[in-house]
Write a protein of this length. Structure first.
Length: 438
């Protein structure tokens, strides 16, 4: 999913949500929901460079849907910083939208509230069948063994974006393939007020994505096979330290990045302040900020050694956005029709082109429109070297607890305080203690 999405209070609200039995949004009194007379409310996530850009992308498509079906869709684009808490509040109050975007990493957590419509075989048949969707995208739609809680809408993967001119000026021939190479490149270009790479150090979700991938590369995970938190194993500790050390020890990330949480690292890259950026499907965002596609290259995220692939060669989480329906919507038929429309081959091409993401619908993904060099890297990553974040009910609390621990470690690094293996382990121990007790 896109960045900037989990507020610090998410774990508290989610704990309340999990205690409520099968509540949901979509009521006809005060919740902004549509009804059987032909109206829906849709909460879209902020995918573009601004909420206004998203409205310009989405409103013509919603008008098209209304013309085809007679169903009017009331659109609200919700910033990532607010979206999770807005959704969780809706699950407890019973007042919310009919249809909504969710980060795919939240699928299992929101599924556990009982508020979302399960996508069983019957419901999938109503939108053209489950086999229309790419397997990797379906893997991030809910707890394994249960009917999905949502339907894939946009697929994304992390890639390494690099400034061609800055590389050429430093005598660098091509993008780094390993983390050691990335650090070496970063040190070459970190001078004269410019830095090797940027990050969103104050964004818990962004921190989780990178820590999770690095843990996989060290042969570890943050949960045991039976879904229990395991934040202090050696691989997880090593992964978090490696990530924070890009600022603390290697000094290729500006200390100010410890406070970034609103896509500032993307802006820095677009303005030539940093030479590299790790981001999900960034092309449209960079273009909107005036950076030409000729100015940067795109390569797979580095691995510890060798080339990206399976097992320890994982280099991205399966990122993306899912489309969910509150199951107590007064207009379930209309909501299902809307999901069918948004995941149709034609709309998938339009929307994923606008957001430089990859369609999770097979037929749309095979369209020549998605054969650019950038998309080739993203599609190959999704197919061969990306894995889903843990699809466990406590995933959202994990993002908040561990993501905030990493945020605090970046703050230490920015303040000149030493980041040691011991301090990383202590931070992760504290994070694990914040997880719900079983």
């Amino acid at each position: 999913m896109r960045s900037i999405r989990t507020a610090a209070t998410g774990a508290v609200i989610l704990s309340l949500a999990l205690a409520v039995s099968a509540c949901g949004g979509g009521t006809s009194t005060g919740g902004g929901s549509g009804d059987s007379s032909g109206e829906l409310t849709y909460w879209a996530s902020n995918q573009g460079a601004s909420v206004e850009i998203d409205k310009k992308v989405l409103q013509p498509e919603l008008d098209k849907f209304e013309k085809q079906t007679g169903i009017k869709v009331k659109l609200e684009v919700v910033p990532w910083s607010d979206l999770l808490n807005r959704i969780l509040t809706a699950t407890t109050s019973g007042q919310g939208p009919d249809v909504l975007n969710i980060g795919n990493t939240w699928s299992a957590s929101l599924q556990a509230t009982g508020a979302l419509l399960p996508w069983d075989a019957k419901n999938f048949d109503r939108i053209g069948g489950r086999d229309r969707f790419v397997d990797s995208a379906l893997g991030s739609t809910g707890t394994e063994g249960q009917d999905p809680a949502a339907v894939p809408l946009y697929s994304m993967a992390y890639a390494l974006y690099y400034n061609k001119q800055m590389f050429a000026d430093a005598g660098i021939d091509g993008p780094p393939a390993t983390w050691d190479e990335l650090v070496a490149v970063g040190k070459k270009v970190s001078k004269d007020g410019k830095w090797g790479i940027g990050t969103e150090g104050s964004n818990p979700s962004e921190n989780i994505h990178h820590a999770f991938v690095l843990a996989k590369q060290h042969g570890a995970d943050f949960f045991t096979a039976d879904g229990k938190p395991d934040f202090t194993n050696d691989g997880a500790v090593t992964a978090v330290k490696q990530y924070v050390d890009l600022m603390a020890k290697d000094k290729i990330i500006a200390p100010g990045n410890a406070e970034y949480a609103q896509n500032q690292s993307v802006s820095d890259f677009a303005k030539g302040r940093t030479a590299m950026l790790l981001w999900q499907s960034a092309s449209a965002n960079l273009k909107s900020q005036g950076m030409s596609e000729d100015d940067y290259g795109i390569a797979p995220v580095p691995v510890q050694s060798g080339t990206p692939g399976a097992d320890k060669q994982v280099n991205s989480m399966v990122a993306g956005i899912n489309l969910a329906v509150f199951k107590n919507s007064d207009n379930l038929d209309g909501a299902t029709e809307f999901v069918k429309f948004m995941t149709s081959d034609a709309e998938q091409k339009i929307l994923n082109t606008a957001y430089s993401s990859i369609p999770p619908v097979k037929a749309a993904q095979e369209d020549p429109a998605f054969d650019s060099p950038a998309n080739a890297v993203l599609k190959d990553t999704l197919a061969t070297s990306a894995v889903a974040l843990p699809q466990v009910p406590d995933e959202s609390q994990f993002e908040t607890a561990v993501g905030t621990a990493v945020k605090d470690l970046f703050a230490d690094a920015a303040g000149g305080r030493e980041v040691t293996t011991g301090s990383v382990k202590a931070a992760l121990t504290k994070a694990q203690q914040q997880m719900p007790k079983k």
